[in-house]
Design a protein around this ligand. Structure first.
Ligand SMILES: [Zn+2]
Ligand SMILES: [Zn+2]
Ligand SMILES: [Zn+2]
Length: 297
């Protein structure tokens, strides 16, 4: 089971699509709607397990419903065991049987261990790796459909606005500007960035990360990446605030922090907060791509 469409827009360094989607649902950016549950193999994660009944004694599936005869003495066996030349005879007590003594009934008979039983055990089995498991041991996945909420739309618009503003700023300075692109570092690592601006003549590069409230946890690796990519890191806050540690970093190192104002312009003044909730790195990029919002001017 996977959210492959969402997965397309995530980077290798991101959490699994389901984790990212759940995080956005928790934040109210996305609303989740229950669809169904699917069960997958705990051994190999293949979906679409098959149902089978098995012998409760030896757990072999080769147990089939068979017509059996129960004698008054208590012996139960298939009809063939009672067959005698002159009618029916109990193979256990050797009594001759008249039809009155014969009670035919359906029972499961295991072809592997010859156990007889009324109710077989339930199992699911995997067509891929042939693993068999009690139904409760299968991996249960709950499927949701996700859509943007009204808050999510506003949040997205804010991120989009920030990106638009920085692109305009760079283009005014005649920098070659690309949005939602990947940048390679000197050691051949690549990373997705919201905006890349380059002046090939001067050999200058800027990489931009847009967050609602940048935290050091995401800004730190971003700055390390920028250094490795020989680029100047720019972080934009769309809430107008950054984590205090990010502000410190901006004053002490080569890091530019810009804030998106209420009016939708960028400025160098911003507020600080003590701590920020979990990172949302790169999500604007993904959502904008999902919604096919034009990213390039
Ligand atoms: Zn058996
Ligand atoms: Zn008998
Ligand atoms: Zn399997």
């Amino acid at each position: 089971m996977s959210y492959s469409t969402a997965g397309q827009y995530l980077d290798d360094t991101d959490d699994a699509p389901v984790t990212v989607l759940e995080r956005f649902a928790t934040r109210g950016v996305l609303a989740d709607e229950f669809i169904s549950k699917v069960y997958s193999c705990p051994e190999c994660t293949t979906e679409g397990l098959q149902y089978t009944t098995v012998c409760p004694a030896c757990h072999d599936p080769h147990a089939v419903e068979t017509e059996v005869i129960e004698h008054a003495c208590g012996y139960v066996g298939p009809e063939s065991e009672f067959d005698a030349d002159d009618g029916y005879r109990c193979p256990d007590c050797d009594d001759e049987l008249t039809s009155v003594d014969i009670e035919k009934q359906l029972r499961y008979v295991c072809k592997e261990c010859s156990e007889q039983f009324q109710t077989p055990a339930d199992r699911l089995w995997c067509r891929e790796c042939a693993a068999r498991m009690p139904p409760r041991e299968a991996t249960e996945n709950v499927l949701y459909r996700y859509r943007l909420t009204r808050d999510g739309k506003q949040w997205l618009d804010r991120q989009k606005q920030a990106r638009q503003q920085i692109v305009e700023l760079f283009e005014e300075r005649h920098l070659e500007t690309t949005v939602d692109t990947t940048v390679a570092t000197e050691d051949d690592a690549t990373r997705a960035v919201h905006v890349l601006a380059e002046d090939s003549l001067m050999g200058e590069r800027r990489v931009v990360a847009i967050h609602d409230t940048p935290a050091l946890e995401t800004v730190d690796p971003f700055c390390a990446f920028a250094e490795a990519a020989d680029a100047h890191p720019v972080v934009i806050t769309t809430s107008g605030a950054v984590e205090a540690a990010v502000a410190t970093r901006a004053t002490e190192t080569e890091l530019t922090v810009l804030a998106l104002t209420e009016q939708g312009t960028l400025e160098a003044e911003y507020e600080t907060v003590d701590e920020v909730r979990p990172p949302t790195d790169g999500l604007f990029q993904r959502l904008s791509a999902v919604l096919e919002i034009p990213g390039r001017r």
